[in-house]
Ligand binder design. Structure first.
Ligand SMILES: NC(=O)CC[C@H](N)C(=O)O
Length: 440
């Protein structure tokens, strides 16, 4: 019995060695030396995730050798790691994937579309602080892949951990809530007491990721949308430009109201961190409610900012909603939509300010999923209708917004025409009347 299991063990170790050799050879053949180097990284360095609450998880490194700290959160998304990791809303976060196998389709080329937007990433770089996966696929295969997930992480200086029990981490986070974490390297995991934990939510993260200068896309579009960039995803801009809009992306604290007459609609984007850190933006949106008189739409952070500007409060969810299968009920018609989400904060919507209504509600936890004005064209959603990745059930919200924008513009033009005609008629009447008056 003993000798059988000894033989069995020996055989499996030998088998593993020869399998590794085959994989190395295959990688060299398929992807050249770079992929083989990434394989080498995986096999080596021990890396540790230490939570502020004391628990430690030790695994293998397949990313950059950088010690970092951030907020540890989890996503239940099954696919879309290039999009999620480059989503600026993950800025400052250590991202744990519940999907047990990550990396099998590699990382795509940085191709751009006809608007100059990245096709397969949501921003120019990896935004999360680190990633944690159960099993890293050392061998990737996809027609559009140009590098492995490990190589991408190394290039961007982002640490990556594999070979840990992500189910155990997620159970912990579900129980104790999103927790500050630290990623470190070395033979043994350091104790939490000896580490510094950076809390990203104590900073204004939006200021870190927002554009510094206005940027225009599709300038020949028939309606002009001002987009407040809190950390916008490329696919949100694309969802607007593809539907014919001209888009100007503005810094988060830009004095939008000073240039409001140049635009037909206002959009407020997604973004990282706590919405309460964005005071100047909240004040600008509150002002826009009074003076803009044109449609306003917001997504995720945009929903939170619009809610705060309307007079609601925001609070931190225990572990947040991050994934691609979150059910949201539309309170205007009772239909349920499956949505893509990535947020840790929510609006407290039990008492709505005068003139405002709840729009969508999460069917799992009852948290707010959107608000709308009762009679003005102002609305926002907590989920991601642009869904990259995720289901496209709610893409229609971009159509609804742009329909409102176009209708409002047409009405304005008609009104301007009417005013113009009236003032002409008035001028003509005066011309006729004056000589008569003079005669009298
Ligand atoms: N995706 C987002 O815009 C996230 C909004 C905010 N940072 C939150 O975590 O709730």
């Amino acid at each position: 019995m003993f000798s059988v299991s000894k033989v069995g063990l020996y055989s499996s170790a030998a088998l593993q060695r020869s399998f590794q050799a085959v994989v190395r050879q295959g990688l060299r053949a398929q992807h050249g030396g770079v992929a083989a180097a990434a394989y080498g990284t995986l096999a080596a360095d021990p890396v540790h995730l230490t939570l502020k609450t004391g628990q430690t998880f030790s695994g293998r490194s397949f990313g950059a050798q950088e010690s970092v700290s951030g907020e540890t959160v989890f996503t239940t998304s099954l696919v879309g790691y290039p999009e999620s990791m480059s989503d600026p809303s993950y800025h400052g976060q250590i991202l744990v994937f519940t999907q047990p196998l990550i990396g099998n389709y590699g990382v795509p080329k940085a191709t751009r579309d006809e608007f100059g937007l990245l096709k397969y990433f949501e921003s120019e770089k990896i935004q999360c602080k680190a990633i944690v996966v159960g099993d890293y696929a050392t061998r990737y295969s996809h027609w559009n892949a140009v590098e492995s997930l490990g190589e991408w992480c190394v290039r961007h200086g982002v640490p990556a951990i594999s070979g840990v029990d992500t189910r155990a981490i997620v159970s912990l986070l579900r129980g104790q809530g999103s927790t500050l974490g630290n990623v470190s390297f070395g033979p043994a995991a350091p104790a939490a007491d000896n580490l510094e934990f950076m809390d990203p939510n104590s900073e204004n993260l939006v200021a870190n990721v927002s554009t510094k200068q206005p940027i225009s896309y599709n300038s020949s579009g028939d309606v002009k949308i001002a987009v407040i960039d809190c950390g916008i995803k490329q696919n949100i801009v694309r969802c607007l430009t593809q539907r014919g809009a001209a888009v100007t992306v503005l810094p988060w604290d830009y004095d939008f109201n000073a240039v409001a007459d140049q635009f037909d609609g206002l959009f407020i984007s997604n973004g990282p961190g706590s919405p309460t850190k964005c005071g100047p933006l909240i004040a600008n949106v509150r002002q826009a409610y009074v003076s803009f008189n044109k449609p306003i739409f917001g997504i995720c952070m945009g929903n939170q900012i619009m809610g705060l500007a309307a007079g609601l409060e925001a609070y931190k969810l225990s572990y947040g909603n991050r994934g691609h299968n979150q059910p949201a009920v539309n309170l205007t018609n009772g239909s349920c939509v499956i949505t893509s989400q990535n947020h840790g904060f929510a609006l407290k919507d039990d008492v709505m300010p005068a003139g405002w209504q709840r729009y969508f509600v999460n069917a799992n936890d009852g948290s707010n999923e959107g608000i709308r004005h009762s009679y003005l064209p102002f609305s926002s959603v907590q989920f991601h209708p642009e869904a990259k990745g995720g289901p496209e059930d709610t893409r229609y919200l971009f159509d609804s917004f742009l329909t409102q924008v176009r209708q409002a513009k047409t009405e304005r033009l008609h009104q301007e025409d009417y005013q113009h005609t009236l003032s002409h008629q008035h001028a003509n009447t005066n011309t006729v009347a004056e000589p008569i008056a003079a005669q009298a």
